[in-house]
Design a binder for this molecule. Structure first.
Ligand code: XIL
Length: 330
């Protein structure tokens, strides 16, 4: 086989979401990272609850390890993430009594967080997910635009998004600034992302890219993917697939398995090359594809009795049959 980063070197960088433990090159994970990937994302340790769990107390150790590893091995880093409703400590939003903070205080705290984190890693991060998952998810009628359960939205309204990008650009003018979301290829969400990014650009807000998380499954519609890439490319922003995993299940009702069956293998041998065919067709707009993990031994999707086997590398971190099908596209 040809390592992933070599395979795609004329098209896009190939990344993986990792934990600090994965940076030890004496371990199989460390070796696999160096062999296959030229970009990394911290799966958790750059999130607000990891870096500033307590107001004013910053914990850099784990994030530093990942950035250092990337530097030593000539890899890019995607910064993930600065402004999110999840994995963000309560003090960002609530006072001692549990009441929502004022708009001014919440914005100031957001600015301080973004400035501290981006200043520490200035010049070392290729792209930052400045705002993550701000749009309402399940809404085929298009009635509700923003995720209204986000405390950022509750306190500030939609302008927190604009502010976050302005703070981020000030803190690291060279980093590419991304809006990142999931379910992005479904029509109702894709149009909201388009409208949001269009509005930001029209208002001269510094935004440079759209991250499609890419938590897909073997039944994902490549036509929806194509339509989405076509639409987003028209905005003139960079596109990245930021959290790719391709679950072997057709639906959440399908019984779970901890064994990679022939059926799973067949499904992925069809779906993986189909998806990469489309990504290659749009590689002029796509700068990078990041998997949300390394190999099938561990995925955030897995639960007891139900493994998702979502990657191109198996539980032993070796190429699966679908890997070779993808390789044949190049
Ligand atoms: C997930 C991590 O993989 C898990 O380890 C953690 O428990 C929860 O978050 N969208 C995102 C990522 O933007 O940050 C999420 O990562 C997966 C969904």
């Amino acid at each position: 086989y040809i390592p992933l980063k070599e395979l795609f070197k004329d098209h896009f960088f190939v990344g993986a979401a990792i934990t600090p433990a994965h940076t030890d090159i004496r371990t199989p994970h460390g070796r696999t990272l160096v062999e296959h990937f030229n970009s990394v994302t911290a799966e958790n340790v750059m999130k607000p609850d990891a870096i500033q769990r307590i107001k004013g107390t910053f914990t850099w150790t784990e994030a530093d390890r990942i950035v250092q590893f990337a530097k030593e091995n000539n890899m890019k880093v995607r910064g993930h993430t600065l402004t999110w409703h999840s994995q963000t400590p309560d003090w960002f939003f609530f006072d001692q009594t549990g009441a929502l903070l004022s708009k001014d205080i919440a914005l100031k705290q957001l600015e301080e967080h973004i400035t501290a984190v981006m200043t520490r890693y200035r010049g070392m991060i290729d792209s930052w997910d400045v705002v993550n998952e701000a749009l309402f998810d399940w809404d085929p009628d298009g009635q509700i635009i923003y995720r209204e359960d986000s405390p950022w939205y509750k306190i500030i309204g939609e302008s927190y998004i604009d502010s976050a990008f302005v703070y981020a650009h000030r803190a690291d003018p060279d980093a590419k600034l991304f809006y990142n979301d999931y379910n992005s290829i479904f029509s109702w969400k894709r149009n909201k992302i388009f409208d949001l990014v269009k509005r930001l650009k029209d208002n001269n807000i510094p935004i440079h890219g759209i991250g499609l998380q890419g938590h897909w499954f073997v039944g994902t519609s490549v036509e929806d993917l194509r339509t989405t890439l076509e639409l987003f490319r028209g905005l003139g922003v960079e596109i990245q697939i930021t959290e790719l995993d391709l679950s072997v299940y057709l639906s959440s009702n399908e019984p779970g398995s901890v064994v990679y069956t022939d059926e799973f293998n067949t499904r992925q041998r069809i779906a993986y090359p189909e998806i990469f065919r489309v990504l290659l067709d749009y590689s002029d707009a796509i700068a990078g594809v990041t998997f949300w993990g390394i190999g099938d031994d561990a995925s955030w999707l897995d639960t007891p009795g139900r493994k998702h086997f979502p990657f191109l590398l198996n539980e032993q971190l070796q190429p699966k049959p679908a890997y070779f099908d993808v390789q044949r596209l190049l």
